[in-house]
Design a protein around this ligand. Structure first.
Ligand code: PEP
Ligand code: MN
Length: 360
């Protein structure tokens, strides 16, 4: 099945008014009936559409709190009924799905460790066939948009209609201020491949600490994400999982009040005129970049000719090292990111070598 046939309806099909940023909030884990109820009551006055709580927790190491299990489903449902909100839990097995639906859970989500596994996703999709429960799919832990899309397509093929995706960041080896690196081009690529699919951001699992959550959430809104999933706990330092990234309901309320929703475009004449002028300028720069790249490759082919006729290797490690360092330094001096410069030059160098060696 192709991505085009995903045809997931927008969040209005979930009962969310058009233009509203859907906020899902609640504790990382349901720890006790009291903790869920107290947190839910504190969230009730906020613009939170769905109450979340993890019941089965996929923890990295054994011996940590792995969720209260089936028993907790009733606490979550009770809290949702009391505050008049639908509730969401994470499911990872067909048994979880069965138990969650039996307990009247309204929305399910699939976690980042589960969406990596196509066999598991097919089994979950089969277990959902014939149900009409809304389902959100977190991105797989590894930065692969096709794997994420594949997980969603498997659910769509099983007839799951109300689907959405949640960007929660990726595990990478790159040093990063984030717990899970928000490689924004991946969710934006998903949006390109599945244009109608509601796209949410989970700034809590991206950030790992409360200090970064607001900036990540605002960035998601700047990129026109449709919703946010944010962890909130009545007493974050006492939380049994993800204590450092959970907000108090009061702090969440203040944060939601500061976030600014952006509109897709503006019909103001002044806006249109300024954007058109700037886009023309940018188009000019892009033409320049493409022209310069083509010239660089043509010079590379001439260098290769001279090297070949002198029986010298096309690849000169010292020259490459010096080029990489000086170009990165120059870029950084001009305000460009060092890592970006290195990646860009690695790509340019790879293509230069291809031209020099005439490899396909
Ligand atoms: C969670 O939402 O609590 C969770 C475990 O998320 P993720 O799958 O993104 O790690
Ligand atoms: Mn969590």
């Amino acid at each position: 099945m192709s991505a085009a046939s995903l045809a997931a309806p927008p969040l209005t099909a979930w009962g969310i008014p058009a233009g509203e940023v859907m906020v899902i909030a609640g504790p990382c884990s349901a720890e006790s009936r009291e903790q869920v109820l107290e947190t839910a009551r504190a969230l009730a006055p906020l613009k939170v559409r769905v109450l979340r709580a993890g019941v089965w927790k996929p923890r990295t190491r054994p011996g940590t709190f792995e969720g209260a299990g089936v028993e907790a489903l009733a606490w979550v449902k009770e809290a949702g009924v009391e505050i008049g909100r639908p509730v969401a839990v994470e499911v990872a097995t067909t048994g979880h799905i069965e138990a969650a639906l039996k307990a009247g859970i309204d929305v399910l989500w699939i976690g980042a460790r589960t969406s990596t596994n196509p066999i598991q996703m097919s089994e979950l999709a089969e277990a959902l066939r014939g149900t009409d429960v809304p389902l959100l799919v977190k991105n797989p832990v590894n930065p692969d948009v096709q794997l994420w899309l594949g997980a969603i397509e498997r659910l769509a093929s099983a007839g799951v209609r109300r689907l959405g995706a949640i960007h929660r960041g990726f595990s990478t080896h790159a040093r990063s201020a984030y717990r899970n690196d928000p490689i924004w081009r991946i969710p934006l690529d998903l949006r390109r491949l599945a244009p109608g699919l509601p796209l949410l951001c989970d700034p809590s699992h991206i950030s790992g600490t409360v200090g970064l959550i607001e900036a990540v959430a605002q960035n998601a809104l700047d990129l026109l994400f449709d919703g946010l999933m944010i962890e909130a706990h009545r007493d974050p330092p006492a939380a049994l999982s993800d204590a450092q990234q959970q907000l108090t309901p009061a702090d969440l309320g203040a944060l939601l009040g500061r976030l600014v929703r952006r509109s897709p475009t503006s019909s103001s004449d002044e806006y249109r005129a300024r954007i058109s002028a700037l886009r023309l300028e940018m188009d000019e720069v892009d033409h320049g970049i493409i022209g310069l790249l083509a010239s660089r490759m043509s010079i590379a082919r001439r260098i290769a000719g001279v090297q070949k006729s002198n029986n010298v290797a096309a690849f000169q490690p010292d020259r490459w090292q010096a080029t990489l360092e000086s170009r990165t330094r120059e870029g950084v001096e001009k305000g460009l990111d060092g890592e970006f410069m290195e990646e860009l030059y690695a790509l340019i160098h790879e293509e230069t070598l291809r031209h020099k060696t005439e490899m396909p």
